[in-house]
Every structure is written in C-alpha cells, then in structure tokens.
Design a protein around this ligand. Structure first.
Ligand code: ATR
Length: 279
C-alpha cells in the first residue's frame, strides 16, 4: 500500500518539503508520496480526521497549525511537549502521534556547519522568541549551552520564554551591546528574509572567534551572514535546518534515516532558484 505523506499548512505553495521527500522516496525506491494538503485554520480538525480515516502514513505540520494541532492528535512525545509545537505526525493504524523535529534539525545543521559545536556554547544570544526560537533553545540546552539570552522586539515574549526555559532575556534595544561576550549569535526572526524588513544589528562588538547562525535560508546568505563572513566569523545558513528536520520526519514514517548530502542541498536550491526567477 502506498505510504501517503505530506504537509498540512496554510499556505503551502512555496514549500520545499515535497522536493526533499520526493528525492529520498526515489532514492530508496519506496512506494510512497508526499503531497501538499493546504488547510485553512477552520479545516484543521477535518484534515487531521481525514488523515486518520484514509490511513495516511504521516504529515508535516507548518504555519499556522503547529500549536493548534496539539489538540487534535492522540498523543505527542517529549520533544513536542518541550518545544510546545508539533511539526510531524505519524499514523500507526489510526493512532496519531505528534513529535517535533525542529530542535533536531537546528542542532544537526549547526553541528554540520561548525564541527565541534561545544566550542561555541559558552554564551549564546538568540534573536526572536517565536516557534523557531523555542526549538533553538531546546536544542542548545540539550547540547550543553552554558548561557542563553533571548532578545526580542516584544520584551514580554522574550521574558516568558526565559521563565519557561530558565534562561535570560534582554530588550531588543540592547542587541548590539549584548554581543560583546557572545560566542554564538543566532537569528530566529524572519528579518532579513526575502520580502521581509532587514535585520538591523551591528555585529562589530562580536569577538572574532564567535560564530553566527541565521535560520533564514531565502536568501541563503543573508546580510547578517555576509557581514559576519566579511569579518572572519564562522557562519551557518538555515537550509540545513529544513533538511535535517525532514530527515527525522522521514525516519518516523519510513523507518530509514536518509542522508543529507551536498547533492540534496543543490537539488533543493535549484527549485528555490527557479521559483525566485519566475516570481
Ligand atoms: P516562528 O514560529 O517562525 O519563529 P513567529 O512565531 O511569527 O515565527 O516569530 C517571529 C519572530 O520574529 C518573533 O520573535 C518576532 O518578534 P515579536 O515577538 O516582537 O513579534 C520577530 N519579528 C518579526 N518581525 C519583526 C520586526 N519587524 N522587528 C523585530 N522582530 C520581528
């Protein structure tokens, strides 16, 4: 029986996930498919019930459903509980189990980019306090980060996350000064993404041995990364987070941990580039 998998979100049109999963499905010769299930918020419950009834093998869940879908599955694991969101559901004979593979995606990408990640975990500054920030905090705490500070435009949101995870929060206005003893700077906001406002930050205080990671991958090299690279910092782009969160979801559904290779990266980027040119 064909394993039906896919993405529940709204919108879903620009998702790169079908490109990633189809690549692996073909590589491993599986009888499976990955489709886009565009689901406006009022239809979420219906889509999840449909998934159960039609015995789809699993779905990824994206904006705006990652939190609401927690009410519609039968159970979710510790990863979903800790991040406070589900991005992957697996269907085992009608029992829907939610998990979150974003923290895994985040840390796997960072390890690939930095090598020995522990060298950069003394003092981490995270910009942003949304879902991606929560996944980053969980991942960095598990990796042994000694100090994490969240800096967000809305200070109250940063403070709430700081209380929940036992880390620190600072106001957006002090982001430049906060960098003077940082060993790793992570942008989890949408600033600097194509079509979004620029991320305004002055990284001149950052020590030369600090690393800079932007989870934005469109463009692949954001202004933040460009500037950091020009100053000689190690930099990590955001595409790998997308690839590695997909890797773990694929394993949940098909029992195979597929490879994240430079060829896959190129394959995904080619679609991305084609879409950018036709836009
Ligand atoms: P995600 O789940 O992908 O992390 P999100 O929950 O919408 O997305 O979070 C977006 C983050 O980008 C938030 O931290 C947001 O800050 P606020 O909490 O103040 O909204 C941040 N962000 C978005 N636009 C911003 C802007 N113009 N300036 C500063 N921060 C911004």
């Amino acid at each position: 029986m064909t394993h039906i998998t896919g993405l529940i979100g709204f919108p879903t049109d620009h998702s790169l996930s079908p490109r990633i999963h189809d690549y692996w499905i073909k590589q491993y010769g599986l009888d499976a498919s990955y489709k886009l299930f565009t689901t406006p918020p009022p239809r979420l419950r219906q889509t999840v019930n449909h998934m159960r009834k039609k015995n789809w093998r699993g779905v990824n869940v994206t904006i705006p459903h990652k939190q609401d879908v927690m009410f519609h599955v039968d159970q979710y694991d510790m990863a979903a509980h800790r991040v406070g969101a589900i991005n992957t559901i697996t269907n085992d004979n009608g029992i829907l189990t939610g998990t979150n593979t974003d923290a895994y995606g985040f840390i796997s990408n960072l390890k690939e980019g930095l090598g020995e990640v522990s060298l950069y975990l003394n003092e981490v500054i995270i910009l942003g306090a949304g879902g991606a920030s929560r996944a980053a905090i969980v991942a960095l705490q598990d990796a042994g980060a000694r100090s994490i500070t969240i800096i967000n435009r809305t200070y109250e949101t940063a403070q709430a996350l700081a209380d929940k995870f036992g880390v620190s929060a600072l106001p957006w206005e002090v982001r430049d000064e906060s960098l003077q003893s940082a060993t790793l700077l992570v942008n989890t906001t949408s600033l600097g993404m194509q079509g979004q406002p620029p991320l305004e930050i002055d990284i001149s205080r950052l020590f030369g041995n600090a690393a800079v990671h932007d989870i934005v991958y469109a463009p692949l090299e954001t202004d933040l990364l460009k500037c950091a690279r020009a100053k000689g910092h190690k930099t990590v782009d955001g595409l790998g987070m997308l690839l590695y969160q997909a890797q773990l979801a694929f394993q949940h559904w098909h029992g195979i941990l597929p490879e994240v290779t430079p060829e896959l990266r190129e394959h995904v980027l080619a679609q991305h580039e084609a879409e950018r040119q036709s836009a």
